[in-house]
Design a protein around this ligand. Structure first.
Ligand SMILES: *[C@@H]1O[C@H](CO)[C@@H](O)[C@H](O)[C@H]1NC(C)=O
Ligand SMILES: *[C@@H]1O[C@H](CO)[C@@H](O)[C@H](O)[C@H]1NC(C)=O
Ligand SMILES: *[C@@H]1O[C@H](CO)[C@@H](O)[C@H](O)[C@H]1NC(C)=O
Ligand SMILES: *[C@@H]1O[C@H](CO)[C@@H](O)[C@H](O)[C@H]1NC(C)=O
Length: 344
């Protein structure tokens, strides 16, 4: 039965484009790697981590311990000292731009930014990146399981799902190599396979097979993030920054928007999978993204965004020390406008 399922999957994979939809440009000149920890933090340079950041640098990483142990001052210091850039999730394809002293300078795909057309740039410990081409072959040919039903879930060593292997974030995608009624068997970038509960993830043949969301679908997903810590550069189900929240939720629903607030707001920026259209205050709908800027005439000064949740409320990752929250939309002097990325 198991063999028959694999055969079905192989037939399914063969009937699809060999490369599932990728909206960003491909590079042929850079080595490819795959993130091999639940969440890798992209640092501005290898000298930016402090002693308190040790749990974020290892393999396995320990994001919960890291976030738990940091003081408010230490959270704020990540922002003021420009230490962190973004994050990338287990299995994410990254281009290796440079290598130095046990670190890789990478571009993380799936995170459009004017900073680099290949993906979001930053430094990660080389130990957090797998070069396993076998995993890459499965990633480019097999359906994937998308973690979409909680901010983080466990994956297991056994099909009975009693032996926890590690936790993985919302929006993680892993190649599917088998399935029972309760468990999805996925390939993992550290080699071998693991099991996910069918209630924690959905299986799709390609990015375009992800059902097109309604605005309320996005708001429902954002509700699950309420209470998570704010992290400068956070782009995962463990912690987010403002645009990390909106980007991650759209991405898990198959829609690629800019990684940073200024890129999301800039309708002239063409690196997105989809362009936003501007929305008047009176027309705001759930799922729209609201932007704040220091100079309303200059979109490059957009510094914050949030997801409109309906009824005059928004869900936002506001700043260090303030957990993700739902709050009344602030129509203040710095209200820049809103964009809609959903059509129809
Ligand atoms: C930020 O943290 C570093 C390392 O702990 C420390 O040396 C520096 O003084 C801090 N800066 C501020 C502005 O808090
Ligand atoms: C999502 O998780 C909840 C709680 O664990 C479960 O009741 C529900 O069936 C899951 N949804 C899907 C679509 O699997
Ligand atoms: C886009 O470009 C046009 C023409 O250069 C400019 O007027 C407009 O302000 C730009 N919009 C944004 C959001 O940058
Ligand atoms: C705001 O941005 C506009 C357009 O770039 C610029 O002309 C103006 O000088 C800026 N205002 C301030 C106070 O910086």
């Amino acid at each position: 039965m198991y063999t028959r399922f694999i055969t079905t999957l192989l037939a399914l994979a063969a009937s699809l484009d060999a490369h599932p939809t990728r909206l960003q440009p491909r590079s042929t000149s850079h080595q490819i790697g795959y993130i091999s920890v639940d969440v890798a933090t992209l640092w501005t340079n290898p000298h930016k981590p402090r002693p308190v950041d040790a749990p974020a640098l290892t393999n396995p990483a320990n994001p919960e311990e890291w976030l738990h142990d940091m003081t408010l001052k230490q959270f704020l210091n990540l922002t003021t000292q420009d230490r962190t850039q973004s994050q990338a999730l287990y299995g994410d394809l990254v281009y290796i731009l440079d290598a130095k002293d046990g670190w890789y300078h990478i571009a993380a795909t799936g995170q459009p930014t004017p900073k680099n057309k290949l993906g979001y740039p930053g430094w990660v410990p080389a130990a957090q990146v797998s070069l396993d081409t076998g995993f890459g072959a499965l990633q480019s040919s097999m359906p994937f399981a998308l973690v979409d039903n909680a901010t983080s879930v466990n994956i297991y060593r056994d099909a009975d799902m009693s032996d926890v292997f590690m936790s993985v974030s919302y929006d993680t995608r892993l190649p599917v190599i088998g399935q029972t009624s309760d468990a999805i068997q996925v390939a993992v970038p550290s080699g071998g396979s693991a099991y996910l509960s069918t209630s924690d993830a959905s299986v799709y043949s390609s990015e375009t097979a992800i059902p097109y969301p309604k605005g309320q679908t996005l708001v429902d997903a954002a509700q699950r993030f309420i209470g998570l810590p704010y992290l400068w550069g956070g782009t995962s189900g463990y912690s987010v920054d403002c645009a990390g929240l909106t980007h991650t939720i759209y991405h898990a629903n198959g829609i690629l928007i800019g990684r940073d607030a200024s890129a999301q707001a800039d309708s002239n920026y063409t690196g997105h999978g989809v362009q936003g259209t501007s929305v008047a205050r009176a027309d705001l709908q759930p799922g729209d993204i609201i932007f704040y800027a220091t100079n309303l005439s200059d979109p490059q000064t957009v510094y914050h965004d949030a997801m409109y949740a309906g009824n005059g409320q928004m869900i936002e990752a506001y700043g260090a020390g303030i957990p993700v929250r739902i709050t009344a939309v602030r129509f203040n002097d710095d209200y820049w406008g809103a964009e809609r990325f959903l059509t129809g």
